[in-house]
Design a protein around this ligand. Sequence first.
Ligand code: ATP
Ligand code: MG
Length: 183
Amino acid sequence: MILTKLRLHGFKSFVDPTELHIAPGLTGVVGPNGCGKSNLLEALRWVMGETSAKSMRGSGMEDVIFAGAATRPARHFAEVSLSIDNSARRAPAAFNRYETLDVIRRITRDAGSAFKANGDDVRARDIRMLFADAATGAHSPALVRQGQISELINAKPTARRSILEDAAGIGGLYQRRHEAELK
Ligand code: ATP
Ligand code: MG
């Protein structure tokens, strides 16, 4: 699965619709302090199913919605969409019939957030599983937050182990085993 395009609308500082094409290979984002580099990475984690507002640097999840500026009123919703090239057919069964996957997460004030995949309503769990299997996702070690390197160095062994398991792409297996045990 290859991430090809990220679109933001009303997400944090990206109040107007913004589209970012992700070229093959390494992508660097450069810009002055406060221009929104970290917000872009947070948008990626959010559309992959991030549940922790704190790790999005907010006190509640609605803090990802554009909060207004001197010349612009606040927005009522935020939306992030991620396009994925699935031509190698690596997505879980529920999604694998699609050559291109468009995952959308939208949050509306007072109404919470919801996911869609190629236009169909999907559960947050399925989205998290999709990215867990691809060894990417909201908690993936492929996305390195500011300050995360020092956190890793200071982490307890069990926390460090879970990072390695996510890197190996087996995080989704634990989730499935846990759910099988509950059945
Ligand atoms: P640095 O180089 O310092 O790490 P950065 O490019 O990573 O900077 P970000 O942290 O992504 O910058 O962006 C911070 C900006 O986003 C701030 O100006 C902040 O006011 C703005 N911002 C964050 N959340 C919102 C929101 N909900 N509504 C409007 N603006 C927001
Ligand atoms: Mg930053």
